[in-house]
Design a protein. Sequence first.
Length: 299
Amino acid sequence: MSKKILAIYYSQTGQLGDIIDNFTAPFVDAGVSVEKVIIQLKNPYPFPWTGKRFFSVMPDCVLSIPGELQPFTLKESSYDLIVLGYQAWFLSPGIPTNTLLHEPAFKAVLKNTPVITITGARNMWINAFERLKKALQKEGAKLVGNISLVDKHSNWISFITIFHWMFNGKKDRLLNIFPVPGVAAEDISNTMVYGTIASSYLSKGNWQGMQEELVKNKAVEIKYNLMFIESKAGRIFSIWANIIAKKKNQTAWLVAFKYYLLIALFIAAPIILLVNAIFFKPFLSKRIKEKKQYYLGVN
Ligand SMILES: Cc1cc2nc3c(=O)[nH]c(=O)nc-3n(C[C@H](O)[C@H](O)[C@H](O)COP(=O)(O)O)c2cc1C
């Protein structure tokens, strides 16, 4: 009997959909039955976003407040593999993914099932992945693989271009000067390589060594500076989210958060990174190596 996989995800721009299509193509070629389910929210977020709406989702993302999904059906009661596509939103699992993780039908198929997580992020997915990992563990799923695709341009460039994309709805070059935002087209089509690797492990029925092979093929890469910024920012976002969530009139606070984000990224982060590079990083090489290794893995 042919193996069955479920590929389930949300995608606002279609980027993650393209990634999932490329990833699952080798499974289809190998005769595996691939069921794709695209989840939708009952009250969809606008795309393109307005600035106000974009920042308004921050507290719910960070505090893991679920929304409501449109009803969806799963054809099977169990799968040989679940491919879970997710977005990082404000360093947290996106609200659609977080909502999916509250759905009884999805929770039921997760139990004892191997899962591969895939994201197409700007460049900060570690906190979201860590939280997703915990949620999957709680449901008794077996995380066997992780693929994290990112925009490989500098943190500043990708910050500018993602807002151009999110607020204009077009994945094109701002002013014809900046690069195309998001995950590069060649990285998206290269996801097929990861699908080929995963498909061979599925047919063997043994996942041992798969994540190492994916990492060798650059399915996940960890950049120290981004890992460092994200670890600090995650804690600060949580403080902001807790304060804002308690406010009756959140608008002014969300505007303040937006300016905080700009100052943190363009002014504070370079200074903190420099201080860290001089006074701390040289003495922490063993710990940094261990941390990077940990985030490359799925344990
Ligand atoms: C509200 C919002 C917040 C986001 N926050 C992050 C983030 O913290 N880290 C990151 O790498 N990307 C972030 N992104 C980018 C998304 O992870 C993703 O790359 C983009 O939305 C395209 O995904 P799609 O497949 O849904 O179109 C954010 C996007 C949105 C809409």
